[in-house]
Design a protein around this ligand. Structure first.
Ligand code: AMP
Ligand code: ZN
Length: 119
């Protein structure tokens, strides 16, 4: 999609620190990491957010999560990590191309830290 940051990164038109890929998705390091491991797993197909997924997207979604698992293993954080996706401005989404944040490499907070005043 034109004028989409992550589509441009996937196409190789903009640089990224790519750490993995499969036929469905690409993984690259977040430019502003919030944890020692902070990788974005991004489907090659442009979808604005997870809210656009349909009942037919199961295979694609499984491949996206498979890449997230591979990233966690390769980064040495398979024993504990978080996969999250933000939806819409109210949900904290800034880049309008569906992506998973894979966060790990340190002790992560309880879910309350995501929903309370400190989240
Ligand atoms: P979200 O707020 O869920 O849309 O997350 C977007 C993420 O993209 C943020 O964590 C940003 O730090 C990250 N980001 C923005 N620009 C780039 C870029 N050029 N390369 C890698 N990560 C980026
Ligand atoms: Zn896109």
């Amino acid at each position: 999609m034109a004028d989409c940051l992550f589509c441009s990164i996937i196409a190789g038109d903009l640089p990224s620190d790519r750490v993995g890929e499969n036929e469905v998705a690409v993984a690259f390091r977040d430019i502003n990491p919030r944890a020692p491991v902070h990788v974005l797993v991004v489907p090659r197909r442009h979808l604005t957010s997870a809210h656009e997924l349909s009942d037919d997207d199961g295979d694609e979604l499984a491949a996206v999560f498979s890449l997230a698992r591979q990233v966690a293993e390769a980064e040495g954080t398979a024993d504990g990590y978080r996969v999250t996706t933000n939806i819409g401005r109210g949900g904290g989404q800034m880049v309008d191309h569906l992506h998973l944040h894979v966060l790990g490499g340190r002790q992560l907070g309880h879910i309350d830290s995501l929903t309370g005043d400190d989240g």
